[in-house]
Design a protein around this ligand. Structure first.
Ligand code: ZN
Length: 168
């Protein structure tokens, strides 16, 4: 088994769409970035890359490359999930937290889970998304940005050998 963690933060600005977990959310401000700035997707990508020992998101999608301008972060997540699969890993679970003072994310949670599960090719039950405010503290609390953190667990297919340890 391999564990990986990811963290990301983007600035909230006018004139940008707010996209979290592949879901467009109606909000006066959106996240600024080279891609669509889906901070949740980016934290998940970094957690997957970390668990698989594949570096970080900037190595795979450099923001100096115009091809990634306004890129779909869910497409990036699909690409990385396939790279992780190619190494023989399966995702056991994804647990992520979004730090946002506003908007309220509860109504969008199920859609975000569905989008992420589809991109990674796992069941929605293997994806957990939590939303937190920071009670007005810091850049999140002041509404200057949104952050996300994520942990993933990968399992490698060992051809049934793992069953030995579960024998009673
Ligand atoms: Zn990012």
């Amino acid at each position: 088994m391999r564990i990986g963690q990811g963290f990301d933060a983007h600035r909230l600005v006018a004139g940008r769409r707010l996209i979290l977990g592949g879901t467009q959310i109606d909000h006066p401000l959106g996240l600024d970035g080279h891609s669509d700035a889906d901070v949740l997707a980016h934290a998940i990508i970094d957690a997957l890359l970390g668990a698989a020992g594949l570096g970080d998101i900037g190595m795979h999608f450099p923001d100096t490359d115009p091809i990634h301008k306004d890129a779909s972060s869910m497409a990036m997540l699909e690409t990385i999930a396939r790279a992780v699969e190619a190494l023989g890993f399966q995702v056991a679970n994804i647990d992520a937290t979004v730090f946002a003072q506003s908007p309220r994310l509860g109504p969008f949670r199920a859609t975000m889970v569905e989008n992420i599960a589809t991109a990674v090719r796992i069941a929605p039950e293997q994806v957990n998304i939590k939303a937190k405010t920071t009670e007005g503290m810091g850049f999140v609390g002041r509404g200057e940005g949104i952050a996300a953190s994520c942990v993933v667990l990968l399992e490698r297919d060992t051809g049934g050998l793992q069953d030995i340890s579960t024998d009673e």
